[in-house]
Design a protein around this ligand. Structure first.
Ligand code: NDP
Length: 310
């Protein structure tokens, strides 16, 4: 058996590029909705003592014959101690033999594949003439979402809202090199009410985005609130919008925004069905893409990395 490769963050950062990742993600979202992906909803172990949890995410792509499994831990309180809130590793295996080919540090993959998925959703759901992007949050996902969305569409203005103003301003400074008009806004309401596209990427467990703030035709990529009891959007926000998800099964098990919504919120479709033309979208309506994150996105990303390093 050949040596197992260890692929570090710096290698992933060097080889993984949005121009290849976004189309790869688009393809795997369609395959997933066509039933060509074998992927259980992730299993999660609560670590109550430390208010964290660990999840296991395997998937097999039958068309590409690729297999990988991600292990992810989420410890929201780590942030207070200057530690990353998420830690992730991917085991990349040979589908034909089941043998381990590589272990990959997967923080960059997680940040980029999640943002690439939102970029694909934005391409299919956002209004054509979207000019203003608002990002709620200033952590790892906020940064990757700016880069992925900016890769796909040049917004005239980017507005950052974040709980801690200093962190929001730091992000503005970093991304201002890539966008003409970037500013921090201390009012979530003002940021939301100007935006054509909103990204929510926080660790909040209660709503930070309210329906009464939304502009007509807005598209929201809701990426946080990945637990059944967590929310990022209030009921009014949910009920005003057409709702698209990555996986129906995953969303109904994991999304607090959907599970807790009153009255019960119906899902219009999976984003893979939209891309595949099986689910029609009215882009003049307000839309939400609720992203929980799927293992197949990690498989597609890990495969791209593997092809580059091998
Ligand atoms: P980070 O720890 O890097 O950033 C967390 C962000 O959330 C910071 O901006 C922080 O603000 C903010 N925040 C934390 N607590 C609250 C609160 N109570 N109210 C408002 N804002 C808060 O995390 P990531 O960027 O990596 O992840 C962001 C979200 O995306 C998480 O919910 C995560 O689980 C989710 N995620 C989803 C994926 C998917 O596929 N759908 C994949 C990976 C992550 P401050 O600066 O004030 O601390």
């Amino acid at each position: 058996m050949s040596d197992i490769k260890i692929i570090t963050t710096s290698t992933v950062r060097k080889v993984l590029k949005y121009e290849e990742l976004i189309p790869a993600i688009e393809r795997c979202l369609v395959s997933f909705s066509r039933g060509k992906i074998q992927q259980p909803v992730r299993s999660t172990v609560e670590v109550e003592k430390h208010e964290g949890f660990i999840a296991i995410m395997p998937a097999y792509d039958k068309e590409e014959d690729t297999f990988a499994m991600k292990v992810v831990s989420l410890y929201p309180n780590n942030g207070e101690n200057g530690l990353p809130t998420h830690a992730t590793t991917i085991l990349y295996m040979q589908a034909r033999t089941g043998l381990l080919l590589a272990t990959m540090e997967a923080e960059v993959i997680t940040d980029m594949r999640t943002a690439a998925t939102s970029a694909v959703a934005t391409k299919y759901l956002a209004p054509d003439n979207a000019k203003v992007l608002a990002i709620f949050g200033a952590g790892a996902q906020a940064k990757s979402h700016f880069y992925a969305l900016n890769h796909l569409h040049k917004f005239e203005e980017v507005i950052i809202w974040n709980r801690t103003a200093n962190n929001g301003k730091k992000l503005c400074e970093e991304i201002s090199k890539h966008c003409k008009s970037v500013r921090f806004c201390s009012s979530a309401e003002k940021a939301a009410s100007k935006a054509d596209v909103i990204v929510t990427v926080t660790l909040s467990t209660t709503p930070i985005l309210y329906g009464r703030w939304l502009k007509d035709g807005v598209h929201i990529n809701s990426v946080g609130a990945c637990r059944p009891t967590w929310r990022e959007m209030d009921d009014e926000c949910m009920n005003q919008c057409d709702l698209y998800v990555d996986s129906r099964e995953g969303a109904l098990k994991e999304s607090g925004d959907i599970i807790m919504c009153q009255p019960k919120k119906l899902i219009n479709g999976e984003i893979g069905e939209v891309i595949d033309g099986k689910c029609k979208v009215d882009r003049n309506k307000k839309t939400i893409f609720k992203s929980l994150g799927m293992a197949i996105e990690d498989v597609a990303s890990a495969h791209l990395v593997w092809k580059k390093v091998n």
